[in-house]
Design a protein around this ligand. Structure first.
Ligand SMILES: CC(C)(COP(=O)(O)OP(=O)(O)OC[C@H]1O[C@@H](n2cnc3c(N)ncnc32)[C@H](O)[C@@H]1OP(=O)(O)O)[C@@H](O)C(=O)NCCC(=O)NCCS
Length: 288
């Protein structure tokens, strides 16, 4: 993938996901992929029809017109963890093997990584690809709705974090998921609010965007619950909150969400290779 492919990749993924992105979400999607092109150029792949109808996985620097792409896969490596961030083939070109070629290129980028993680959509073709690539599929749940303000408890020990707290974020990440998000800190800090809880016995952090909790990790469940309550308390009254990618390992989160009056639904799948679902942890859809 080259920087000039990003806009076409955005349109292609919106079409393949059936997503109706606002201008803001579209810009943010493109900014994220440009960020990953900088941190993980070898993990960013497009399928380019090459103008002759033949589908080739085209790597960085390969020839081809921007806009003629019919598939995209973006993977990142963080320490020894491989994460798939985006994966789609144009609906008119699916089921012809393009997705298999793209996923193969993205997985090859993870050579040497010990573990793999994908927050998968509930797409039968994607699930087929992930399982056949050796991933274990863990069904996930999602909490949505408007927080019942009357349910909010007083929460001590949680404050808004700054760049000075990113070492704490790294150490919690290493404990909980065996890998940091270090190269993504600047991008994530620019797009969300960091909450931290640093007690004598345990610590944790959460990232919040205007639509909900985008990531949360802690070294024990009590701190994770404190952070989630604090995050829900910060949602604008009357506007919906969203917490996704919750396997049954995250009952600490489900219990908080239900107590806060949120609705629990089936979400999708967390596809993992050589690891159990990290806990207590709310995985980021984009960064694992
Ligand atoms: C997932 C996706 C990228 C795969 O790309 P693709 O080019 O269709 O992939 P392939 O053709 O290599 O493989 C598709 C597989 O699904 C199978 N398949 C096709 N239609 C299917 C259906 N309705 N149900 C189940 N499997 C189906 C194909 O037989 C093929 O499997 P096989 O090669 O083992 O026989 C593409 O389908 C897609 O963009 N889906 C929508 C977006 C999405 O949800 N992406 C995943 C985000 S996590």
């Amino acid at each position: 993938m080259r920087p000039e492919d990003v806009d076409a990749a955005e349109r292609l993924t919106a079409l393949a996901y059936g997503a109706d992105r606002t201008d803001d979400r579209r810009r943010r999607w493109c900014d994220r992929i440009r960020h990953l092109l900088t941190t993980d150029p070898g993990g960013c792949w497009v399928a380019d029809d090459g103008g002759d109808g033949a589908a080739d996985a085209a790597g960085p620097g390969a020839s081809g017109e921007a806009g003629s792409i019919n598939g995209v896969a973006v993977a990142l490596r963080r320490d020894l963890l491989w994460v798939l961030s985006t994966y789609a083939v144009h609906p008119d070109h699916q089921s012809r093997g393009i997705g298999t070629a793209l996923l193969g290129a993205a997985i090859d980028y993870g050579a040497g990584c010990l573990r793999g993680l994908v927050t998968s959509r509930p797409d039968p073709q994607a699930l087929r690809r992930y399982r056949r690539a050796g991933f274990t599929l863990h069904p996930t749940m999602r909490l949505t709705g408007v927080v019942d303000r009357a349910s909010l408890p007083a929460v001590d020990g949680v404050r808004v974090g700054t760049a000075a707290d990113l070492d704490l974020v790294d150490s919690v990440d290493r404990r909980v998921r065996g890998a940091t998000h270090r190269p993504d800190h600047a991008f994530v800090m620019a797009h969300s609010t960091l909450l931290v809880c640093d007690l004598f016995t345990a610590s944790g952090y959460a990232f919040l965007a205007d639509w909900g909790v985008t990531r949360l990790a802690a070294t024990n469940r009590a701190v994770a619950q404190r952070l989630l309550w604090a995050a829900l308390a910060r949602t604008a009254p009357g506007s919906p909150a969203d917490v996704r990618n919750l396997t049954s390992d995250q009952e600490w989160a489900i219990d908080v969400g239900l107590a806060a009056g949120l609705r629990l639904d089936q979400d999708a799948y967390l596809a993992l290779r050589h690891m159990r679902p990290p806990a207590p942890y709310v995985p980021s859809s984009a960064f694992g």
